[in-house]
Write a protein that binds this ligand. Structure first.
Ligand code: FES
Ligand SMILES: [Fe+2]
Length: 465
């Protein structure tokens, strides 16, 4: 463990957290800690594959949008040759940000300070008064800096600030099996609809990471109003722990998904029959993946460290309208130990009729947009955790949060030995192993180890050897 290069107090805090995790606990105070925040930015967000956006957001040459990794501003831009770039948004003269709008289309970016101009592939194109002012300067050396690594998976674009390390393919690992179900089900794939929503939440980013890594326990309680208002079925929010359905919690190569569904039924996330019949295809999926999609009512998932997705059926924005599905991906970007910016996109089948795309978009915004029916339940909760974590009491009493649900002696869940997909599938969604898995990886990266050191084997049940 590489803790020699950090203050002894921080190293001790991490050792304590490591010990606590073994017993299914995690210190409350770590949900608001200035020193750890800086370490997280450097060692987690500086080393991980982080979602930037979707290729369909910038379909034409010159299309661009501002994006961030940790605190760093970037320009996500398709150049004249059609290649996608992620350029550090800082002029090579004296550092000014050269991208002056959130998104748009341009062949060049011009710095507002002294007018240096860059092509949309980052190359420096013009330097005012160069022959008089910079006679020796080689313009080719002064392009905007590219992110060290940029890769796509099925249209999702990820970047890494680390020069080397696992490829995106390796980072996602076998979890691609579950991602593919979301992305390849409709012929032609998925595309982003509209612009991403962004909103700032006064909460630590690990609160939402916990939530997306398998908090099935909260849905019936925190989101009960969705059922009360007849905007969603009991099945969508209410049947955690009944064991009557095809509910699974999956841990796969450090990432997680919670699946709700029904054995032996054609559910397909409540996509309407005409979309299922006309658009859904087995072409990119195995028979086992197709069967999971067929039975699924919803998927919630998280890719380490800050990517979440929700592919849901069985809700509506109006009790008088039929239920309809939505698909949203999101990332949580820490702005400090007690604040994050949430970025959220709606996705729709690329080849679906426009009217259905609009319905899905409306379903996404009314459920998980900034004022969504589910979103507004969760946000005050995450804020309150962060507030409780940041004061004296959490520290002086060293209060520990409980993550024991599903440890081998704590709940009725078991490992599904018959599961056809990769990773570990748990038969009972009342388990919090996905959150422990998240914190294990968080710990390993903070102390300078490989993320894989925190993945291990089955976390919730004793596997007979
Ligand atoms: S800082 Fe950009 S041209 Fe001077
Ligand atoms: Fe929630």
């Amino acid at each position: 463990m590489m803790t020699d290069d950090m203050p002894e107090e921080t190293a001790e805090t991490l050792r304590e957290a490591r010990d606590a995790l073994d017993d299914g606990f995690f210190p409350l105070k770590l949900f608001q800690d200035e020193d750890l925040h800086e370490l997280e930015v450097e060692r987690i967000f500086g080393q991980s594959w982080v979602l930037i956006g979707h290729e369909s957001e910038i379909p034409e040459s010159g299309d661009y949008a501002r994006r961030y990794i940790g605190d760093d501003p970037f320009i996500f831009v398709r150049d004249e040759s059609g290649e996608i770039n992620l350029l550090f948004d800082s002029c090579r003269h004296r550092g000014t940000q050269v991208c002056r709008a959130e998104q748009g289309n341009t062949s060049h970016f011009r710095c507002p300070y002294h007018g240096w101009t860059y092509k949309n592939n980052g190359e420096a194109a013009g330097i005012p008064q160069k022959t008089k002012a910079f006679q020796e300067l080689d313009r080719e050396e002064y392009g905007l800096a590219h992110v060290p690594r940029l890769e796509s998976y099925e249209g999702l674009v990820f970047a890494s600030l680390a020069e080397d390390g696992p490829s995106l393919e390796e980072w996602l690992g076998d979890f691609k099996w579950y991602l593919d179900i979301q992305l390849k089900l409709p012929e032609g794939g998925m595309e982003v609809i509209g612009e991403p929503h962004r909103w700032v939440i006064d909460a630590n980013w690990k609160t939402i990471a916990d939530n997306f890594n398998g908090d099935s326990y909260h849905t019936a309680w925190a989101h009960g109003s969705v059922v009360d208002l007849e905007l969603g079925g009991e099945e969508t929010v209410g049947h955690a722990g009944t064991g009557e359905s095809m509910d699974r919690h999956i841990h796969c190569d450090g990432h997680t998904t919670s699946i709700r569904g029904f054995e032996d039924e054609d559910v397909f996330l409540t996509y309407p029959d005409e979309v299922v019949d006309d658009l859904f295809t087995k072409d990119g999926l195995s028979e086992a993946q197709w069967q999971v999609a067929r039975q699924a009512l919803s998927f919630t998932g998280a890719i380490f460290p800050n990517f979440g997705f929700l592919h849901f059926g069985d809700t509506t924005d109006d009790p008088n309208k039929d239920v309809a599905p939505f698909f949203t991906i999101r990332k949580w970007r820490p702005l400090g130990p007690e604040q994050m910016e949430l970025w959220s996109w709606g996705l729709v089948p690329k080849n679906a009729p426009d009217s259905f795309k609009e319905r899905m978009y409306k379903m996404y915004t009314s459920n998980f947009g900034p004022t969504g029916n589910f979103e507004q339940d969760d946000v005050p909760i995450w804020k309150s955790i962060t507030e409780a974590a940041g004061g004296q009491f959490a520290r002086s009493q060293n209060l520990q949060l409980n993550y024991q649900m599903g440890m081998d002696w704590m709940s009725e869940m078991s490992l599904d030995e018959e599961w056809d997909g990769p990773g570990f599938a748990y038969t009972e969604n009342l388990e919090e192993g996905g959150m422990r898995l998240f914190h294990e990886q968080w710990y390993e990266m903070l102390v300078g180890n490989d993320r894989e050191d925190g993945i291990g084997t089955s976390m919730n049940v004793e596997v007979e050897s």
